[in-house]
Design a protein around this ligand. Structure first.
Ligand code: LLP
Length: 465
């Protein structure tokens, strides 16, 4: 029964989640959660050969720390494992000109989903022919810009967009390569807000409704549009390959139907991104080589069964490349033990950032982990909740983590796995200044996105008159 004062008063309410084990040594790193170059010696956390305590002293906190070697290694791992695919890095996970240049260096293509992301890619000198452009509501000016920039493929998402693009190519006397986004009717096992292939949501053309065949017909009928293939993305932070399998089967069946019913053989197919990463010890992601083997096996099997040739495949991983490559460094400001009913105490550790630099905990109920970054401690582990400095009770960074019991103001805390969708979804809530992104490699730290200043905050404020 609910306590008369509400859910938080239920006796014994303070329990860590079942998956969280009390560590023998709360100083120790769990290597699977950290970027490849992260090490901890005598309590000093080092990434890319840079001690994070030195980094904090030089650049202040909060700060996102980007492990260049790790990012490049993950990009290469996808490129090599999916050697006979085109691998598009999904820039929505995190994009700046430096990262776009690394993506180009490592031989990947790039997926953008807005005019802003396209601007960053073009500013970085990214070859437009290797850029794919997504979005469920691209305006005529958005499309004109993409087409005139020479973007390699545009993924169309609605009949309105097909009409717009047909008109645009006619107006400009040019052509555009197009993929048709389909929803495979798959309910991916992930948070509802980041699942994208079930029927009741905004993306793409539903396979089951028949709209998709009509979309293909209209693209084929438009003189300026060249149909490259179908595109399916089922969601994000997915571990269970059965969702990908069902989607691939349905999209390949549709691909075959387009050939037999409309006489159109499409050369390509995109199976999207969504590969999960480890935020905590409860996550067990697959290596790119395993994902590639599984996906290729499914596709080969289906193509044989359908009697069709395998189209050229592409994928769009974002999180799995940049997610583990970054951590966020914070300074502890306050530590507050809060007595709960039943005698339990929850220790709230407030850091100098929060939901403005990582909204994922509040938005998706995401789990994270963290560790002390600047010293070792002999104190026993206690269960803590790491919170930010914003004016909301839901401003939680790490819901549950064991930290040494002597965690104190001035300590540095690092949260791994913050590369994907943290800086890219950061806000100025409470007029917070968005933190910098500092790339580290071989002992050198380089600011690739600077910290915002109060002048940045006021730059769009027209002033009181
Ligand atoms: N391709 C398409 C068409 C997408 O919509 C997405 C992600 C990706 C590729 C890359 O997915 P990834 O490999 O990164 O999972 N803000 C949410 C995630 C939203 C994903 C949106 N689309 C989060 O923080 O979990």
């Amino acid at each position: 029964m609910t306590h008369e004062a509400g859910w938080a008063h239920a006796p014994g309410a303070l329990r860590g989640p079942a998956w969280l084990r009390e560590p023998a040594d709360p100083n120790a790193l769990v290597p699977s959660l950290w970027s490849g170059t992260a090490t901890k010696t005598d309590g000093d956390l080092t990434v890319g050969g840079v001690a994070l305590a030195d980094l904090a002293a030089e650049f202040n906190t909060p700060a996102y720390v980007l492990d260049e070697e790790d990012f490049r290694a993950r990009a290469r791992a996808f490129r090599d494992a999916f050697a006979d695919y085109d691998v598009y890095y999904a820039g929505k996970a995190f994009l700046c000109t430096t990262v776009a240049a690394w993506v180009a260096d490592e031989g990947l293509s790039l997926d953008v989903c807005s005019s802003g992301e396209l601007t960053v890619a073009l500013r970085a000198g990214f070859d437009p022919a290797r850029i794919g452009y997504h979005g469920n509501n691209k305006s005529y000016p958005d499309l004109r810009r993409a087409v005139t920039a020479g973007v390699g493929r545009i993924v169309v998402d609605s009949f309105v967009e097909i009409e717009r693009l047909a008109q645009l190519t006619a107006d400009l006397g040019t052509t555009a390569s197009v993929m048709v986004r389909v929803t495979a009717g798959v309910e991916a096992h992930t948070h509802e807000y980041i699942a994208t292939a079930h029927e009741d949501q905004k993306f793409g053309f539903s396979i089951t409704s028949g709209d998709v065949l009509e979309a293909v017909r209209r693209v084929v009928a438009a003189d300026g549009l060249e149909l490259r293939g179908l595109h399916s993305h089922i969601g994000s932070q997915i571990f269970d390959s059965s969702g990908f399998e069902v989607a691939a089967r349905r999209v390949l069946a549709l691909h075959a139907r387009v050939a037999s019913e409309l006489g159109v053989t499409m050369p390509e197919m995109d199976l999207g991104g969504g590969f999960g990463i480890a935020y905590t010890t409860q996550d067990d992601p697959s290596e790119p080589a395993t994902l590639a083997a599984e996906m290729s096996e499914i596709v080969a099997h289906e193509c044989r069964a359908l009697g069709i040739e395998r189209p050229r495949l592409s994928i769009e991983p974002g999180r799995a490349i940049v997610g583990p490559a970054m951590c966020t460094l914070y300074t502890v400001g306050t530590v507050k033990p809060v007595a709960l009913d039943g005698g339990a105490v929850r220790t709230y550790v407030s850091v100098d950032g929060g939901m403005s630099d990582n909204i994922r905990t509040a938005l998706y109920d995401a789990d994270y982990s963290c560790t002390l970054a600047s010293r070792a401690s002999d104190a026993p582990p206690i269960l803590t909740r790491v919170v930010g400095k914003h004016c909301e009770a839901g401003d939680i960074v790490v819901k549950d983590e064991f930290l040494p019991a002597d965690v104190a103001p001035g300590d540095l805390l690092a949260v791994p796995g913050t590369g994907a969708y943290c800086r890219s979804m950061a806000s100025n809530y409470n007029h917070a200044l968005r933190p910098p992104v500092i790339a580290v490699r071989d002992g050198v730290a380089r600011v690739v996105v600077r910290r915002e200043t109060e002048d940045d905050l006021l730059a769009t404020d027209m002033g009181a008159s």
